[in-house]
Design a protein around this ligand. Structure first.
Ligand code: DX5
Ligand code: ZN
Length: 235
C-alpha cells in the first residue's frame, strides 16, 4: 500500500474513476493501475454541495473487494462530510478529503474541521482538506491554515467541482504555491481538474505532487503514455 506521507520522487498519478466505464469499473481500474496509476481517486457528490450525484460507500467497498492493496483517495463534494467518516473507513477508504467551504468559519453552522480531522484519524484514514477555485487565499489561510500540520493532503481544485472534462483554471496556482511554502514534507499537495499534458507541468511547478486525472487518462487510447508524460512533468 502506498504511504501518502512519503514525498514522491515523481508526481503521483491519481486516476479519477469518474471518467471510468461504470459498467466495467473493476476492469477499467485494473487497466489504469497496470499502466502506472499510483492510486484511485473516488469523487463522491451528494446533489447538494454540487448538483451531480455520483457514488458512495458501496462503490468504495466494491473497488476494495477487487483491489486489496490500492490506495483509495476519497474526495467528498458533500455538505455534511461528518455523516460519512466511519462508514467510508469501514468500506476501505484510505484518505478522506472534505471541503473547507462546508466548515466553520466559511459556513457558520458547518463542520468543525479540527474535530473532523480527529475523527478521520481515529477511523484509521488520512485526513485531507479541499479548496474550490472561488475560495480566496485569505479564506484558505483562515480555513485550512490552522490545520495544515494535521493534514496528510491539501487538495486544490483547478475546476469548479461537479464533473469531469472541464478546462483548467490557472488562477488557482497561487493557492498551490501558498501551500507549498507552508506544508511539511509529510503532507501532499494534490490538484484536481482539467489536468492534461499541457497543464500538469504548471501544477507540478507550483508544488503539486499528486495529480488527479479523469478525462485526459480514461479518454485516451494510450493511457500508459499519458501517465508516463504526467509523471515526467517537472523532471
Ligand atoms: C471534479 C472532480 C474531479 C474530476 C476531474 O468535480 O473532483 O476529480 O473527475 O476530471 P478531469 O480530470 O476530467 O478534469
Ligand atoms: Zn475529485
Amino acid at each position: 500500500m502506498l504511504d501518502i506521507t512519503q514525498p514522491p520522487a515523481r508526481p503521483l498519478i491519481a486516476a479519477s474513476i469518474l471518467s471510468a466505464d461504470f459498467g466495467a469499473m473493476a476492469e477499467d481500474c485494473r487497466d489504469v493501475l497496470s499502466k502506472g496509476a499510483d492510486l484511485l481517486h473516488v469523487d463522491v457528490m451528494d446533489g447538494h454541495f454540487v448538483p451531480n450525484l455520483t457514488m458512495g460507500a458501496d462503490m468504495i467497498k466494491g473497488i476494495r473487494r477487487h483491489f486489496s492493496d490500492v490506495f483509495l483517495d476519497v474526495h467528498l463534494m458533500v455538505e455534511k462530510p461528518g455523516d460519512y467518516v466511519e462508514s467510508f473507513a469501514e468500506a476501505g477508504a484510505n484518505l478522506f478529503a472534505f471541503h473547507v467551504e462546508v466548515c466553520k468559519p466559511m459556513l457558520p453552522d458547518g463542520a468543525d474541521a479540527g474535530e473532523l480531522i480527529r475523527r478521520i484519524r481515529d477511523a484509521g484514514m488520512s485526513p485531507g482538506m479541499v479548496v474550490n477555485p472561488p475560495t480566496s487565499l485569505a479564506q484558505l489561510e483562515q480555513g485550512i491554515g490552522p490545520h495544515l500540520s494535521d493534514l496528510d493532503l491539501a487538495l486544490v481544485m483547478s475546476v469548479n467541482p461537479g464533473r469531469s472534462g472541464q478546462a483548467f483554471i490557472p488562477e488557482v496556482l497561487d493557492k498551490t504555491r501558498w501551500l507549498k511554502e507552508r506544508i511539511s514534507p509529510g503532507t501532499r499537495i494534490e490538484m484536481d481538474g482539467g489536468l492534461n499534458l499541457q497543464t500538469t507541468p504548471k501544477a507540478v511547478a507550483a508544488g503539486a505532487d499528486v495529480i488527479v486525472t479523469a478525462s485526459a487518462l480514461f479518454g485516451s487510447d494510450d493511457r500508459a503514455a499519458v501517465i508516463k508524460a504526467m509523471k515526467a512533468a517537472g523532471a
